[in-house]
Design a protein around this ligand. Structure first.
Ligand code: HMG
Ligand code: MG
Length: 309
């Protein structure tokens, strides 16, 4: 039975903008976060504290975190690869700390090396003190298991490989497990198999799906995850997104498309699709291109037609 309520985490400001060739001003990122929270998003991944040598697009992390006018009830998260990143986030004034952090491991050795320059086992040892320190400060830790449905360097990934990493992040105390299809090759049955492995180690409230849409399967994969009971999904305004270390992978499933699906199923999210369409038009205007969301573009065309008549 599909759930009656779903939580959406908009990862556009982080996953989306980490992959842009052009420089996006911190002020634009902050405005995007403001528009997302005005649309009703209650969880927003705002930036990452990774090495600026690796991902220069996120070098303004502190300015972004500091510039957001926080809205009560909204949780702001950031991606953290190591203690250096956590220390940087926690060196900010208390009111500017993230509410949650996200550590990211890979299901394959090759992607782990390409993305964070270490083996899976080494990454777990790096995360161990990060998790302990975050918990010591009352900060929740989400985990992402990248390449859970396929790896750009190693090919197909089995559910066993996914479960192995799920177990490892569980053992070090990561509170939440996001299953990520980094390159968007997953299809519904395989996604369900991966989710079922995660559900052996985490309660359903602490498992989420993070689907890139490279092969157009992301909406089907959200629905497949609903069927196995999941009710938390990452999505990205305007379908922004990608990973600089997963060449060829396109953006995340667009928040507008997920909302059109969920609204149609009568599933409550508390998020206004019109508000997200506006936020998508804003960021796409800055980036100089159209949003990739089919639903978002259809709604914009409908608005334009109504305006013209
Ligand atoms: P490294 O080169 O092995 O690390 O990188 P290092 O410790 O040798 O440090 C190298 C330099 O970076 C040093 O500076 C450090 O101080 C600095 P130098 O001494 O040369 O001047 N440094 C840092 N600076 C700021 N903040 C930090 C930090 N750490 C080191 N936290 C490292 C290892 C993990 C740092 C690097 O590989 C890295 O930053 N990788 C991040 C890559 C990334 O952000 N990828 C995209 C996000 S993941 C993703 O998109 C997937 C996801 O969406 C889910 C999915 O779709 O799969 C989450
Ligand atoms: Mg991603």
């Amino acid at each position: 039975m599909v759930p009656s309520r779903v939580t959406l985490v908009d990862v556009g400001p982080r996953d989306g903008l980490q992959n842009e060739k052009q420089t996006v001003d911190a002020a634009v990122k902050i405005e995007l976060v403001h528009r997302l929270q005005a649309a009703g998003l209650r969880e927003i991944e705002v930036t990452s504290f990774v090495s600026p040598k690796w991902v220069p697009q996120m070098a303004d992390n502190a300015a972004v975190l500091a510039g957001i006018e926080r809205k009560p009830g909204v949780r702001y998260s950031v991606l953290i690869p190591n203690m250096k990143g956590l220390d940087a986030a926690l060196s900010m004034p208390r009111a500017e700390w993230p509410d949650e952090i996200v550590v990211f491991a890979a299901a394959t050795e090759a992607f782990s090396h390409k993305n964070i320059n270490c083996s899976i086992a080494e990454s777990i040892e790096r995360f161990r003190p990060v998790v302990a320190a975050a918990h010591g400060h009352g900060i929740k830790v989400r985990g992402a298991v990248s390449c859970a449905l396929g790896c750009p360097y190693q090919g197909e990934v089995s559910a066993d490989e996914v479960e192995r990493v799920v177990r490892l992040i569980r053992e070090i105390g990561v509170d939440h497990c996001g299953i990520a299809d980094t390159i968007g090759v997953g299809t519904p049955k395989r996604v369900q198999a991966a989710m079922e492995r995660a559900l052996k180690h985490y309660p359903v409230a602490e498992v989420s799906g993070h689907f890139h849409d490279t092969y157009g399967q992301a909406i089907g994969n959200v629905y497949a995850s609903l069927e196995v009971g999941l009710f938390t999904f990452d999505a990205s305004v305007a379908g922004l997104g990608g990973c600089p270390y997963a060449k060829g992978a396109t953006g995340n499933v667009a928040t507008e498309d997920v909302l059109f699906l969920l609204d149609g199923l009568g599933i409550d999210t508390g998020v206004s699709i019109d508000g997200v369409v506006d936020a998508a038009a804003f960021i796409s205007g800055v980036l100089g291109r159209k949003p990739v969301s089919r639903s978002g573009n259809a709604l914009l065309a409908k608005r334009a037609a109504a305006h013209a008549s």
